[in-house]
Design a protein around this ligand. Structure first.
Ligand code: C2E
Ligand code: CA
Ligand code: CA
Length: 651
């Protein structure tokens, strides 16, 4: 009963019914009008073609079967049907882009198809020929474009059958009534079945296409942030390069690396790290909007392609917007975090460089941004280009040189100003290259770090340093610099431990210096590596403290013995009062945490006097001594001992 009521209500509200059966179905499977037209057009179009051909034959046949007025009427009607059908097939439907246009074609041809037999029956009524209308209803049912057209066509056709029978015979025969009664539901069901089948086919095609599009977009986007991924980035940059080579427009490529992401990931866990990356992604998307393409390259690295001619001011302002957006505080499920982003930018206005060469340059600018100007964009310049060339020269030379012969060590004293004696020497690498001459350590160490050669070089330098230390007094320690790379693998740490063991030197006399940045690159791995060195009895110092994140929050979690305050504070000592205050705070904190505190790079007596005010105890700098060649260490120590002894005697 309820279904009968539903059916009735649907019949009474045909619009809703049609909507449910037809429109909503198309909508539900996400068919756009264009897709719907594409799916249905072949049916109407071939229907028009067949009718056109059929009515050509019928038109010719009129001459055989008709005469006089009837001939002209029937001839005109069939010829018009053929012409109109061909018009729809060859012209109108070719251009049709809307569903209503398909309906217009289908309805018009239906009307002509209907008018032909009606006129024929009006001229010479033949009850047997009423069956012709049955074929019509079937044809309408099968070829109609929408139920809006099909249902009225069928109903009108069959009502006409009844009306004609009534008009000519005075009654509707049982056969005709039965035929009408059967044909209405048959035609409607047939129409629905045809349409359902068609929609299913279209639906599965659309589903397959959606799936393919989804798979494509998954392959092209980063799962975590939803941003385009590396692969997608390369496609976009290749297209941008193509536009440059076609002389259309230049573009800028920016690489962004987060500063301080790793410690957050390590300390608060990966889920907070993930939230942070998602937030970074959405902030970058917001800053870039429509004007730039942003992708996640992997890890905490992102890339932006800024199309079009952008002048320096606009580029600076864009870079600042990116940095400012990244610097805003992050609220990540109960955790508050602050990070910044380093940005390296390269401009591309000629097609001389490939995508990977551009990336290399942006990466170089990024490296520079990280080293020098945290949180501010660095644009790749001619100067960088020259440096990069030198850099690759250094890299080449490092690989092809006899490093065991060319590398040497200098030792710089660290002085206890309270006891007025040297407690330790920092081992500083020197490279006198046969090909390039003397190369600054910061340059060749960086090159070796980038190429991965550093782990080998570290072992070589450590061996050389320790063989010198063997000749020193037992009370003198050595400080040795390690790179981030040295901490990164268990194997390199094991090799370092072996070298220490083989040297026969008491590990308590060996101190390893590691920069904050190196420790925080992979906090967990660094903790593990330091724990192994510590377990042997070696000491650990944090180098260049204050030049990076300068956060005490992680210090207590690491097994360290010493902090070395970066030279940049000493440089500011005589200029800004705050530098001394900062140094004092760090010294006090070290005292509380029971850590030694060395101040690096003290050059003048004026600086030393300032430091005396805050009771700085351990000093390293040119004021006491420049780095000494290995062979001078013993005589330096002997002179120092003699001085101390004579001072004692005098005292
Ligand atoms: P660092 O570890 O911070 O070393 C201290 C640097 O400051 C040394 O530069 C030293 O000569 C310099 N210095 C010391 N006192 C003063 C001063 O009073 N004024 C000035 N202006 N400078 C002073 P150096 O020897 O050129 O080494 C530069 C950097 O190269 C080192 O910085 C360190 O990061 C790296 N390095 C040197 N040797 C090694 C090594 O064997 N292994 C590793 N991984 N890195 C090394
Ligand atoms: Ca150092
Ligand atoms: Ca240092």
């Amino acid at each position: 009963m309820p279904s009968a009521i539903t059916f009735l209500s649907r019949l009474l509200t045909p619009k809703r019914w049609l909507h449910d059966k037809y429109i909503s179905r198309a909508e539900a499977i996400g068919l756009s009008q264009a897709e719907e037209v594409a799916a249905m057009k072949p049916i109407v179009s071939s229907f028009c073609l067949i009718i056109g051909i059929y009515y050509c034959v019928v038109t010719a046949n009129r001459f055989l079967s008709e005469t006089g007025m009837a001939l002209w009427m029937m001839f005109t009607l069939s010829a018009a049907t053929a012409v109109i059908s061909f018009y729809f097939h060859f012209i109108y439907l070719k251009r049709a882009q809307k569903v209503y246009q398909l309906n217009v074609a289908s309805l018009t041809v239906n009307l002509f198809l209907f008018t032909n037999p009606v006129t024929f029956q009006a001229l010479h009524y033949d009850p047997k020929r009423l069956v012709y209308f049955i074929f019509l209803t079937l044809m309408f049912a099968m070829t109609g474009i929408s139920l809006r057209v099909i249902v009225p066509s069928i109903v009108v056709t069959l009502v006409t059958v009844a009306a004609m029978a009534l008009a000519h015979q005075g009654y509707v025969s049982f056969e005709n009534s039965a035929m009408i009664a059967v044909m209405i539901p048959t035609a409607v069901i047939l129409a629905m079945v045809v349409r359902q089948t068609l929609f299913r086919a279209v639906e599965s095609r659309v589903r397959a296409e959606n799936l393919r599009a989804e798979a494509q977009s998954m392959a092209d986007s980063d799962v975590l942030t939803g941003l385009p991924n590396r692969r997608n980035f390369f496609r976009v940059i290749e297209a941008a390069l193509k536009r440059v080579s076609d002389g259309e427009t230049s573009f800028h490529l920016a690489l962004i690396d987060l500063d301080g992401f790793k410690p957050i990931n390590d300390i608060y866990g990966h889920s907070v790290g993930d939230l942070l990356l998602i937030e970074v992604g959405s902030r970058l998307r917001q800053v870039c909007g429509q004007r730039a393409f942003v992708a996640r390259m992997g890890g905490d690295e992102f890339a932006i392609i800024l199309a079009g001619d952008v002048d320096k001011a606009a580029l600076d302002s864009f870079g600042r917007q990116v940095c400012d957006a990244l610097r805003d505080t992050y609220f990540l499920g109960g955790v508050t975090a602050n990070i910044s982003g380093s940005v390296g930018v390269v401009r591309c206005d000629s097609a001389q460089l490939t995508a990977s060469q551009l990336l290399e340059r942006a990466d170089y600018a990024l490296y520079f941004a990280k080293q020098n100007l945290r949180g501010a964009p660095v644009v790749f310049t001619e100067k960088h280009e020259a440096e990069m060339r030198d850099f690759s020269q250094v890299d080449q030379a490092l690989r092809s040189s006899d490093l065991a012969a060319e590398l040497s060590i200098m030792f710089q004293p660290q002085v206890d100003v309270v006891e007025n004696r040297t407690i330790s020497f920092e081992a500083l690498a020197r490279w006198n290259s046969a090909k390039l001459g003397s190369v600054r350590p910061d340059i060749f160490i960086k090159a070796a770090e980038r190429s991965g050669l550093i782990t080998e070089i570290t072992l070589l330098l450590l061996e050389k340093s320790l063989s010198e230390v063997r000749g020193w007094p037992e009370s003198t320690r050595v400080s040795f610099n390690l790179s981030a790379r040295d901490l990164r693998s268990g194997i390199s740490i094991a090799n370092i431990c072996n070298t220490v063991r083989k040297s026969g030197i008491d590990p308590h006399r060996i101190e390893f210096e590691i920069t904050e940045t190196a420790m925080l690159t992979d906090f967990e791995q660094a903790c593990e590596a330091l724990a192994r060195l510590k377990a042997m009895g070696c000491r650990i110092a944090v180098d260049d403290f204050g030049s990076g994140y300068s956060s005490f929050s992680y210090i207590h979690r690491l097994p360290i013995d010493k902090i070395k305050i970066d030279r940049s504070f000493v440089v500011q000592l005589l200029k800004h009062g705050s530098a001394l205050k900062i140094i004092k705070t760090i010294i006090d904190l070290c005292r509380n945490l029971n850590l030694d505190c060395v101040i690096e790079g003290v050059e003048t007596q004026a600086e030393m006097s300032k430091l005396a005010q805050v009771r700085a105890r351990y000093i390293q700098g040119y004021l006491f001594s420049k780095p000494l060649p290995a062979e001078q260490v013993i005589s330096y120590l002997a002179t120092e001992t003699a001085r101390i002894e004579s001072a004692l005697k005098a005292g």
